[in-house]
Design a protein around this ligand. Structure first.
Ligand code: WT7
Length: 662
């Protein structure tokens, strides 16, 4: 690793770091946390007593048995709320369905074709109980795993919660993943059941999800799967394997509702979510039940200043962690009204987002910089055509936001009246870690501001010593936190090696959590996250390991070797460039370029399609055989001169000139 982060956006802060956006007074006056609120007075206590802080946060959930000890920390093994038991759905559903919120909308869903479905807390509770009964009838029990491969329809939320109600650990696989990627995730977690749909609607087309599931399961490729439950969404004809495949509407009709949720230990794995790392194999990030819910419930309420009258829209798919934490568990634990949209952001027109915000009176929008940049390019007129006065708060997540996009979001979308919360976190952290409090923290475009209370984070050198102000180093987390990942599914050693051996407390030798991000801390203590310092790229907010794309490429019979790097992309943050050497006798051609791109789409999914394939006679390597990635990154950012897809990079000479790197 090197301290030079692969910048995914123009260096944030460089020129305009002095610009400060204090919370608009009208917002601050009504905010849950503002400089004069009772809570704000107590935030300093959190630093002195983080465990007390988290214990108070845990009181906001519904527990079956109260914990006896807040934290048991044997680095890197954390147990939070030791002895506590609970069921996530009791905090997210039952307790709301018992109050006036029974008739409050929990979900407002809009399909891409335009249909709208609303489920109240009472209805969502009933649907979850019924589907949990269906899963139980299929033999699922506490401790089992189920895979969820669905479009963004209400059934995705119902399926997740139904698993949780039984103590079944869910593994949601984003609908954009290929059959190969889905199959390997199903097998890694030995899932017994796959929950899918005939298809989803995207850009006016049908995404044939059931077909992909059939391909993943073909020829006994996933031997642990006994059943596939299929939601009828698009209505097109699908193959139903007798005995194995069942319709959602049939199994729920016959089901005995699970009115009594299964209590689990606070540490029980609520879900597994696969994310990319520096090797070819994605890691199954395991999240707990108790600590995870504490983290998402607290941040949902404070970072988004959530009120009962809000209509909250987090535009992420439930296939990513943002969807788990801020579409499902965080909002529902707070009894919020969540808006969900199934389809493409610019379908059927460039104003789809703004039209939905106006029609549904959405008050909080949480989206990704890549989307913001896309809308910015499409032009202000599409935003201005709609009445966005319902919006009161904006959020950003997934990658560094460049100050220009931040300003556009603030001004054009938010009318300068909505604070912008730039939230830094990761699949591994479970919940937001650094963010402004919208009613209290002055914002600086491009900075996620400061770590939230109860957390210890800093920017340090590789030896653990603290970086000076404005000096770039590694972003680390120096103490355990409730929503932290617990392990890599089935690979505890990988968990340790990936996160807990890189940086230590220089004073005590205690391990610190390594985020993989490079960052700076300015003189006000604000954090400026620059981007990844490892071989991970962030394409349109989707995290990908370059090694994963390389593994996909070398599976092709023509490929001898491949090296994949990211290059800055104005809209997507980063794009993917692959340098490929071919086997003897194989010739570069434009047809082969297309074949290789298809190969990657087939192995991973369409979001991983390389932007550019470049041929090389050999890959530039150091004397010890390490690929000179820095050189390749430099090359990748310089455009092709000829546009000739068959020209060959000659690395022989360059490699000889640069014997070592990194
Ligand atoms: C990586 C985590 C967090 C949910 C979505 C992505 C980058 C995320 C920010 C931000 C700068 C950010 C980091 C991080 N990142 N949010 N506000 N500012 N960078 O989750 O796929 O686990 O990716 O996304 O590089 O490590 P993920």
């Amino acid at each position: 690793m090197s301290t030079t982060a692969r910048t995914t956006a123009p260096a944030p802060g460089a020129a305009k770091a002095r610009d400060l956006f204090p919370p608009p007074p009208a917002f601050a006056a009504r905010a849950r946390i503002n400089p004069s609120s009772w809570t704000a007075q107590r935030l300093d206590d959190a630093a002195a007593d983080p465990l007390g802080y988290w214990e108070a946060a845990a009181d906001a959930l519904e527990w079956r048995t109260r914990w006896t000890k807040v934290l048991d920390w044997q680095a890197p093994r954390a147990k939070w709320f030791v002895g506590g038991t609970l069921n996530a759905t009791e905090s997210c559903l039952d307790r709301h369905a018992r109050t006036w919120r029974r008739t409050k909308a929990a979900l407002i869903w809009e399909g891409e074709p335009g249909e709208v479905r609303t489920l109240t807390y009472g209805q969502l509770h009933d649907e979850v109980c019924r589907f949990a009964g269906a899963l139980r009838a299929l033999g699922l029990d506490k401790g089992d795993r189920a895979a969820i491969y669905l479009p963004l329809v209400p059934e995705a939320v119902i399926a997740m919660l139904a698993c949780a109600r039984l103590g079944v650990t869910h593994s949601v696989v984003f609908g954009g993943f290929s059959a190969e990627a889905l199959g390997s995730r199903i097998n890694d977690a030995s899932c017994k059941v796959v929950i899918t749909a005939d298809g989803g609607a995207r850009r006016g087309q049908v995404v044939r999800l059931k077909e992909t599931v059939d391909k993943a399961l073909a020829d006994g490729a996933c031997p642990t799967v006994t059943n596939v439950v299929v939601v009828r969404r698009t209505g097109h004809e699908v193959q139903m394997a007798p005995g194995r495949d069942l319709w959602w509407h049939d199994v729920t009709r016959e089901a005995q509702p699970v009115t009594e949720a299964v209590a689990v230990d606070a540490e029980h794995p609520l879900y597994i979510l696969y994310t990319s790392g520096t090797t070819g194999k994605p890691k199954g990030v395991v999240h707990s039940t108790g600590g995870y819910l504490v983290g998402v419930a607290r941040t949902m309420r404070w970072v988004f200043d959530l009120k009962d009258e809000d209509i909250f829209w987090c535009s992420a798919d439930v296939g990513w962690v943002t969807g788990h934490s801020y579409v499902v568990y965080g909002p529902l634990a707070n009894g919020a009204t969540v808006f969900l949209y199934e389809g493409a952001p610019t379908y059927p027109g460039p104003d789809r987002f703004w039209s939905m915000i106006a029609r549904h009176k959405i008050s909080i929008l949480y989206t990704a910089p890549t989307a913001i940049r896309t809308f910015m390019r499409l032009g202000d007129q599409h935003v201005k055509r709609h009445d966005l006065s319902s919006l009161r708060l904006l959020g950003s997540v997934g990658e560094p936001i460049n100050p220009e996009a931040w300003r556009w979001y603030h001004q054009t979308v938010g009318g300068a009246r909505c604070p912008v919360v730039d939230t830094w976190w990761q699949t591994e952290t479970g919940a937001i870690m650094a963010s402004p409090f919208p009613g209290m923290t002055p914002q600086k475009p491009g900075s996620c501001t400061k770590p939230l209370p109860g957390l210890a984070m800093d920017v340090v050198h590789q030896d653990g010593s603290r970086c000076a102000d404005d000096e770039q180093g590694f972003l680390v987390i120096q103490a355990p936190w409730p929503s932290m990942m617990r392990t890599v599914w089935g690979d505890d050693e990988r968990f340790r090696q990936t996160y807990w051996v890189q940086v230590k407390d220089p004073a005590t030798g205690a391990p610190w959590y390594f985020t993989g991000d490079g960052a700076r801390r300015d003189k006000d203590g604000y954090l400026w996250v620059i981007g990844r310092v490892d071989d991970v790229v962030n394409v349109a907010g989707h995290r990908l390991g370059t090694a994963e794309v390389e593994s996909a490429l070398v599976l092709h019979s023509a490929v001898a070797e491949a090296a994949v790097v990211g290059r800055p992309d104005e809209v997507k943050g980063q794009g993917i460039v692959a340098f490929v050497t071919l086997k003897d006798g194989r010739q570069p051609s434009e047809a082969l370029v297309e074949e290789l791109k298809r190969q990657v789409v087939g192995e991973i999914g369409s979001f991983a399609r390389p932007d550019d394939i470049r041929w090389a006679n050999a890959l530039p390597k150091t004397r010890s055989g390490k690929i000179m990635r820095r050189l390749l990154r430099e090359l990748a950012t310089t455009g092709r001169v000829t546009g000739d897809m068959t020209s060959l990079e000659d690395f022989g000479a360059i490699a000889a000139l640069r014997p070592s790197e990194e």
